[in-house]
Design a protein around this ligand. Structure first.
Ligand SMILES: NC(=O)C1=CN([C@@H]2O[C@H](COP(=O)(O)OP(=O)(O)OC[C@H]3O[C@@H](n4cnc5c(N)ncnc54)[C@H](O)[C@@H]3O)[C@@H](O)[C@H]2O)[C@H](O)CC1
Ligand SMILES: [K+]
Length: 528
């Protein structure tokens, strides 16, 4: 599902109206009615309730007037308050305001703070508030009487349904600048915007409903400008193909995991098991010599190779040939390698000559901090996927973790475009940025996964799926989705605190099973 900017939304609106010929009043009518449908679905016994509609002077307010008109016959009372000057309501919004007037609805103008104070008690006696004050047209943080209005509403404890965007949020940013309505539900029109998807703004939106108002998907897909999308269950389901009954293990990818050092054998084990639990045909772990027997005893399913090591049990550059000589379809390198001087030269050496796609994580990434970042560049037939957490991303970009977190989309996109590789920027709402600059946002996962080893599992999952899909972007997206979904299933059974990285391995099977079962039973494109 594509995520639009306010400008892209306006353009989709324009194309639908001017080129397709659906009148703007019809879109507004659809918008209002879809919001009412969502309210009816989410708030039972609506007929016995009082709903206050707060409308602004723009088209968001216009949607509010349609909502008020639709609710007039369905609920006890619908007082309407125009926040701002009535005389400034124009165009389609004015049209709908006049219709409302002809129906005899109560419309009160709230032009200043005094008027607000006068009417707030009436509003606070309602059961539900519809926020149609500002939508995508808000250009800067609220000032004047608006912060008071928002503060009073947020303090009232009344449930608020926000139309399109909670008033005060700027659609194109995840930042909350100044006061914003805290909505119980936000019904956004046609497509979600960044503010609905990324925290902290996303948390202000409450439950999100995306309403179809008649703008065709094809118009949304062809819009110019940044391509950001949400990774949906429906799309991930379609990526999973059932296995051919005559399949053999050679068809599911040979994954080489280059990982581990003395004291960090677990990282290699987790990555290797994750690749196997993601369906890899054959998994080999290349690890420092002294770690090899430990790993070999941990699981019978993967093969092991011992690499030259230093006195600390970390790989040395002598190991480069051994890694390059091992047959594989994809390499995952990094988990638990350590940070010794030999590791850096080893990792650089492998990257300079490797001929297969590679997933780089953790200690392998730190070897490319600063000016070494250019060594990461992907090239034809040699996809590079990096899976940094925000701190590693910051070191690669030569900036701070705070800077990365302030605009995660920009950080991931800039690096992916500059070095022509795939960036999986981990954290709440993991992002997948492709070399072309497209961004996919993952919605699965939970804070219980903030525990040692879960990153090693992700590296293995992505490498495992890469071996089958042979598509870096597809494997990264499916990988983050399933990794988070396994975490959600584990959390439901174990809670946040007890969840460990090994539990993700256990639940990866269920995560895949759920998707493929839905695929056979539903076969539809439903997304929650
Ligand atoms: N998406 C669609 O296809 C449809 C969307 N609809 C609704 O229309 C709004 C966007 O309407 P617009 O008139 O462009 O903007 P707003 O209603 O959000 O309000 C803008 C209004 O406020 C003024 N303004 C801007 N910033 C500030 C500020 N900081 N302080 C005070 N005033 C400000 C601005 O000048 C305007 O007058 C969209 O969200 C949907 O709800 C259609 O109804 C259906 C099609
Ligand atoms: K709104």
């Amino acid at each position: 599902m594509r995520v639009l900017t306010a400008a892209q939304m306006r353009e989709a609106d324009r194309i639908t109206i001017e080129e397709l010929g659906i009148p703007s009043l019809v879109l507004m009518e659809n918008a209002g009615r879809q919001v009412v449908a969502a309210i009816e679905a989410l708030f039972p016994n609506l007929e016995s309730r009082r709903v206050a509609v707060l409308a602004g002077r723009g088209n968001n307010g216009g949607d509010g007037f349609v909502i008020a008109r639709t609710l007039l016959e369905r609920v006890v009372e619908v007082p309407v308050f125009v926040i701002g000057s009535l005389s400034e309501v124009r165009g389609d919004a004015r049209h709908n305001l006049e219709v409302l007037g002809r129906l005899g609805a109560s419309v009160v103008e709230i032009a200043d703070e005094q008027a607000w104070e006068l009417h707030f008690s009436e509003i606070s006696q309602c059961d539900l508030v519809v926020d149609a004050i500002f939508g995508t047209g808000l250009r800067q943080a609220l000032d004047g009487m608006y912060p008071t209005i928002v503060g009073d509403l947020n303090g009232s404890g009344l449930p608020v349904v926000a139309v399109d965007v909670p008033s005060g949020l700027l659609a194109d940013t995840h930042e909350v600048q100044g006061e914003a309505i805290r909505a119980a539900v936000t019904v956004t029109l046609a497509a979600p915007k960044i503010c609905h998807i990324l925290p902290p703004a996303q948390r202000v939106c409450g439950e999100l409903v995306v309403a179809d108002i008649g703008i065709p998907e094809a118009i949304i897909e062809r819009l110019d400008g940044p391509y950001v999308e949400v990774i949906t269950r429906g799309v991930m389901r379609s990526v999973l193909e059932p296995r051919d009954p005559e399949a053999h293990k050679g068809e599911f990818g040979r994954v080489l995991i280059v990982a581990g050092s003395m004291g960090k054998s677990g990282a290699a084990h987790l990555a290797a098991m994750a690749a196997l639990r993601s369906g890899a045909g054959l998994v080999t772990v290349a690890t420092p010599r002294s770690v090899q027997p430990i790993l070999a005893a941990m699981a019978p399913e993967y093969m092991t190779i011992g690499l030259p090591e230093d006195a600390d049990g970390q790989v040395t550059p002598d190991a480069i040939e051994r890694v390059l000589d091992t047959a594989s379809d994809v390499i995952a390198m990094g988990p638990g390698l350590g940070t010794g001087p030999g590791v850096r030269a080893f990792v650089h050496g492998v990257m300079e000559r490797v001929g297969v796609p590679i997933v780089l994580d953790a200690d392998a990434l730190n070897a490319f901090a600063g000016e070494h970042a250019r060594l990461l560049a992907g090239r034809d037939g040699h996809d590079v996927i990096i899976t940094p957490h925000p701190g590693e991303m910051a070191r690669l970009l030569g900036t701070t973790t705070e800077d990365v977190q302030r605009d995660r989309v920009a950080a991931a996109r800039t690096f992916a475009e500059k070095h022509q590789l795939h960036v999986v920027l981990k954290g709440h709402r993991t992002l997948v940025a492709a070399p072309e600059g497209t961004i996919a946002i993952n919605m699965t996962g939970n804070p219980g996964m903030a525990t040692g080893g879960t990153g090693d599992v992700l590296t293995g999952v992505i490498a495992g799926w890469f071996g089958q899909l042979l598509d870096a972007e597809g494997a990264s997206r499916l990988g983050v989705y399933l990794h988070g979904h396994a975490g959600d299933l584990a959390m439901a059974d174990l809670g946040e605190a007890a969840l460990t990285a090994s539990d993700l391995l256990t639940y990866l099977g269920d995560a895949v099973l759920e998707l493929s079962a839905e695929r056979t039973s539903k076969g539809d494109d439903h997304d929650e």
